[in-house]
Design a protein around this ligand. Structure first.
Ligand code: HEC
Ligand code: HEC
Length: 150
């Protein structure tokens, strides 16, 4: 009995040593101090003044959803029923508001496979594709060069 306990202890020790060796060199991204604060990226304010005061931002690749040059912080959230963006960017309002009208592609309804008078619901959530701007260094470095700059 005593002997088998000793063998079991020896085996466990060997197993633990094996594991320790296998994981040697692997470090946790957070380090040893779990209580240390996370290094989240700092929060930046969106740029741009109210619509009507900005230049459009040059597009850098074919098919790019144009970037939003103006402030959006004071607009209501886009909900199923409401979309404040369309109070300026719809065909009906764009002239009066002096705003660019949504692209023709936005009237193509993939459900019916037809171009319709009404904005397609597939385009309802504008900020899924069009993004406001912040002045911040890229989180991850890259070597992208837009076609306008080549
Ligand atoms: C009060 C009117 C108004 C509202 C509301 C508004 N915009 Fe605009 N938008 C403009 C005007 C005017 C421009 C032209 C640039 C400028 O003057 O800021 C513009 C420019 C843009 C552009 C650039 C188009 C291009 O061809 O470069 C995009 C994209 C855009 N808006 C998306 C949005 C989205 C998304 C929302 C809702 C979150 C929104 N806008 C709400 C008036 C408005
Ligand atoms: C699924 C992605 C997507 C969604 C959602 C979307 N757009 Fe676009 N938008 C694009 C792309 C891509 C372009 C450029 C090519 C084109 O016109 O189709 C564009 C172009 C535009 C333009 C410039 C049109 C021009 O004359 O070149 C405006 C303004 C615009 N969108 C506004 C909006 C608004 C407002 C909404 C919400 C009601 C919206 N978009 C939803 C992808 C999207």
């Amino acid at each position: 009995m005593k002997r088998s306990v000793t063998i079991a202890a020896a085996l466990t020790t060997a197993l633990l040593l094996g594991c320790a060796q296998q994981f040697a060199g692997i470090k946790s991204m957070r380090g040893d101090d779990v209580a240390a604060a996370d290094h989240a990226a700092p929060v930046h304010e969106y740029q741009g003044a109210k619509p009507g005061l900005q230049q459009k931002i040059v597009r850098t690749f074919e098919g790019q959803p144009p970037l939003i040059p103006h402030a959006v912080t004071n607009f209501d959230e886009i909900t199923l029923e409401e979309n404040q963006c369309m109070s300026c960017h719809s065909r009906e309002k764009s002239k009066e508001k002096n705003a660019p009208v949504v692209g023709d592609s936005h009237f193509f309804n993939p459900a019916t496979n037809k171009v319709e008078i009404k904005l397609s619901m597939a385009r309802h959530n504008c900020t899924q594709c069009h993004v406001p701007q912040v002045d911040a260094p890229p989180l991850v470095g890259n070597q992208f060069v837009g076609y306008q700059k080549q």
